[in-house]
Structure formats: structure tokens, C-alpha cells
Write a protein that binds this ligand. Structure first.
Ligand code: ADP
Length: 397
């Protein structure tokens, strides 16, 4: 029997899905409903059938998530699902791996809403609707935070009153776990070695960005913290900054906590520095002589280099550095600037390999570099589908 697995990513105003036949890992259908709750909604679907691939694009309003799910399940028909895998952003400390969803798991996801108020409620809504519509189909939650539950206390603890952790769960959790896990496994395959024997630094550079240090295949440090705001400079997030800036703004400009939170998450990062969060547009502006756009690129790369230095020190010995995400996969200039001057630390980029454009995973290191460098396209949905399958076949992996 075909092993069909549906992956759902239910966000606050959009729902993305991908349907896999896991025998061969083929994508049977994929799509997106966006601007849910707005007057001008949109839906895109790409469905493969007996007569080839059908592409559907619709402009239609979707009043709520339930209507959007009805629409998606209408397009998919009755695919005879083996399981549904749900992306869930915050699993707190409870979830170290994917779990079969039951009432207890739902309550635990609900309990983590204060830690991820923008994401967990819509993830939960997707789970509840899918459970109502597919009562007999096993449903699995795959958490962005789970991969980083192996962090040692020295890396996850903040230097703040202990009570903040004990009573309010203030600690570092880390995110982008499925992406870091996926590219780490591909790197191990490319190196022909078991993941458990490798120390890696994985760099996910998209609109959100994070870097992870893996010792013997397990996450031991990562740049995002209690929320995705910490760490690298991102499209619209500041990454690391002095927390006193928040109090200063409150005192001197009367800015409230909510407004500062919005500004740091949505108006900062590359966008805050130079007005755009699209790296392609920033390169264009810089090429045209815009010094602030060049400063944004320089700051973006400088922050990454600081973290690479830190993680080389954390790990002691590193086997490979991996670039992934929209920028990591497609931007040779950023990769070059990140690695430039790190030859003495073992990172030697081959300029020819770095410039070559292709869709597949490729090595980028020169023949004399002791640390391998890879460009690996990430595939978070496939990783969620694989983890979902493992969970229903073998239990928590
Ligand atoms: P998200 O985190 O939203 O999934 P992506 O991984 O798609 O984001 O990455 C988006 C970023 O990747 C944007 O800054 C975009 O400009 C950048 N990007 C995409 N393609 C290229 C390219 N060819 N060269 C440079 N940057 C690119």
C-alpha cells in the first residue's frame, strides 16, 4: 500500500502543505493558502496525477482556517493518508523528538503558547481541524525546538536569576531544528561517514537565520535563544543586542514593550540597517554604490564569522561547515565574505566551486582545507515527513 504522508504548516494567516508518497519520497501535491481572514485571499496548488501536473491558482477569500483547510482537503480529494505530520514551532522542554498527537500532547502544546504566542496557537488550530476531519489518521507533531534539546546546561542557561527558569521557563531553546537536522544528515552522507562521528557547524541563512554547533551529530549550541530573535542578523530581526537598549527606549522615547518587540522582530535586521530584507536587492543597491546596503552585507557576514569563531572554540575540532537557506544556498558573495580570512582556522573555500550554480548539494572546499565546506539545499518538509514516518512506524525516534 502507498505510504502517503501529508505535511501541514499552519501559520497565523497562511497554511502550507505537501503530500508525499514515502516509497521513493515523491511529492504528490503541494500548495499554499495565504491571507486567511483578509478580503483578498490566494491559493496555489501543484498536484500530480495520471494526466501530468496540474497547477491551480485561485483568488478567493478564506474567512478562517477551517474554510482554508476545507479548500485544501477538497483539492487533495481522498488520498488515503498513512499519517499527517504537523510542524509545531515550540515544544518547550517536554519534546525531544516527534510524538503521536493525543489530548495530552495538545495540552502540552497549548501550555507552551506563552513561549511562542505568534506560532503555537495557529499550529494548534491546524492540528485540531485536521484531527476533526481525519479522525482515523495518525497525526504527529514535529517540533522546531526538539533537535536542540541535547544542548548542555552551560549553553542553554541564561545568566539571570535561577527563578526565571524554574518558575517561568526562561532558557535558550533554539529553532530551525528540522533544517539543521536535515542538512547535517546530508553532509554525513556526502562525507561517507556516520553522523555520530562528525562535528559540524550548520548555517541556515534565510529570512530567519541561525547557526548550530553539532558534536558527534548532536546539537550542543545554537544561536537562537528563548525566541528566534537572538543570534545572527536576520531579514527583519536584530539578533543579539544589549537588552538595556529596550529600557533606554522606554525611558527616553516612551516606547512600550509591545512596540519594541515588533520593531526588533519586524523592522530590524537587514531591513532596519538598509531598508530591505531581500539580499538580492541589497546586493543590487550595493553594486550601484549604496554604502549603507554594503554596510548591511558586511554586518550580516561579520556576525556570522563571530559565531563560526565561537563554535570552532566550542567544538575544538570541526569536520565540516554547511551553508543552507535562501542566502546560504544561493549567494556566493556572502559565502565568500563569511569564509574570507578564516583559512588559518581550516576553512578554505574554492572560488570556482563557490561560484558554480546548481540545484544539488555540492562541496565548496579547496583541496587543502582541513574542514570540508558544503552548500546543501534544505528540505524541512521532507525531514518532517521522514520523522513522521519513523514516529508512526517505530515510535519516538
Ligand atoms: P525563509 O526563511 O522565509 O524560508 P528563504 O530561505 O527563502 O527564507 O531565504 C530568503 C532570503 O534568501 C532572502 O533574503 C532572499 O533575497 C535570499 N535569496 C534567495 N535567492 C537568492 C539569490 N539567488 N542570491 C542571494 N540571495 C538570495
Amino acid at each position: 500500500m502507498q505510504k502517503s504522508i501529508l505535511i501541514l504548516n499552519s501559520g497565523s494567516s497562511s497554511i502550507k502543505y505537501k503530500l508525499y508518497d514515502m516509497d521513493g519520497e515523491f511529492v504528490l501535491a503541494s500548495g499554499l493558502v495565504e491571507r486567511i481572514g483578509e478580503a483578498a485571499g490566494k491559493a496555489y496548488h501543484r498536484v500530480s496525477g495520471e494526466n501530468g501536473i496540474r497547477e491551480i491558482e485561485l483568488s478567493q477569500s478564506f474567512t478562517d482556517h477551517r474554510q482554508a483547510f476545507d479548500h485544501i482537503f477538497g483539492v487533495l480529494g481522498n488520498p488515503g493518508l498513512s499519517a499527517i505530520g504537523h510542524r509545531v514551532v515550540h515544544g518547550g522542554e517536554q519534546f525531544h523528538c516527534p510524538v503521536l498527537i493525543d489530548d495530552e500532547v495538545i495540552e502540552a502544546i497549548r501550555a507552551n503558547i506563552p513561549l511562542a504566542p505568534l506560532h503555537n496557537p495557529s499550529n494548534l488550530l491546524g492540528i485540531e481541524i485536521a484531527r476533526e476531519l481525519y479522525t482515523d489518521t495518525p497525526q504527529v507533531a514535529v517540533f522546531d525546538t526538539a533537535f536542540h534539546q541535547t544542548l548542555p546546561a552551560v549553553a542553554w542557561c541564561y545568566a539571570v536569576p535561577r527563578e526565571w527558569y524554574e518558575r517561568h521557563h526562561v532558557r535558550r531553546y533554539g529553532f530551525h531544528g528540522t533544517s539543521h537536522a536535515y542538512v547535517a544528515k546530508v553532509a554525513a552522507r556526502l562525507m561517507g561517514r556516520p553522523l555520530e562521528s562528525l562535528n559540524l557547524i550548520t548555517l541556515h541563512l534565510g529570512n530567519g537565520a541561525s547557526i548550530t554547533a553539532l558534536r558527534e551529530g548532536r546539537s550542543v549550541d545554537t544561536s537562537m535563544g528563548m525566541t528566534p530573535l537572538e543570534g545572527l542578523i536576520m531579514g527583519t530581526r536584530s539578533g543579539d543586542l544589549d537588552p538595556s537598549i529596550v529600557f533606554y527606549l522606554e525611558r527616553t522615547c516612551g516606547l512600550g514593550a509591545e512596540e519594541v518587540e515588533r520593531l526588533l522582530n519586524h523592522e530590524s535586521g537587514l531591513k532596519g540597517i538598509c531598508g530591505s530584507n531581500d539580499m538580492r536587492a541589497i546586493h543590487k543597491a550595493s553594486d550601484a554604490g549604496d554604502h549603507i546596503a554594503q554596510l548591511a552585507i558586511d554586518m550580516f557576514c561579520y556576525r556570522i564569522r563571530k559565531y563560526i569563531g565561537a563554535y570552532l572554540a566550542v567544538l575544538g575540532k570541526v569536520d565540516a561547515l554547511v551553508f543552507t537557506g535562501g542566502i546560504g544556498e544561493n549567494d556566493p558573495l556572502v559565502r565568500e565574505q563569511v569564509c574570507k580570512g578564516l583559512e588559518g582556522l581550516g576553512l578554505v573555500l574554492d572560488p570556482g566551486k563557490n561560484q558554480r550554480r546548481c540545484k544539488e548539494s555540492t562541496s565548496l572546499h579547496g583541496s587543502h582545507g582541513p574542514i570540508a565546506i558544503y552548500r546543501i539545499p534544505t528540505d524541512e518538509e521532507l525531514e518532517i515527513a521522514r520523522q513522521t514516518l519513523t514516529c508512526i512506524e517505530d515510535g519516538c525516534g
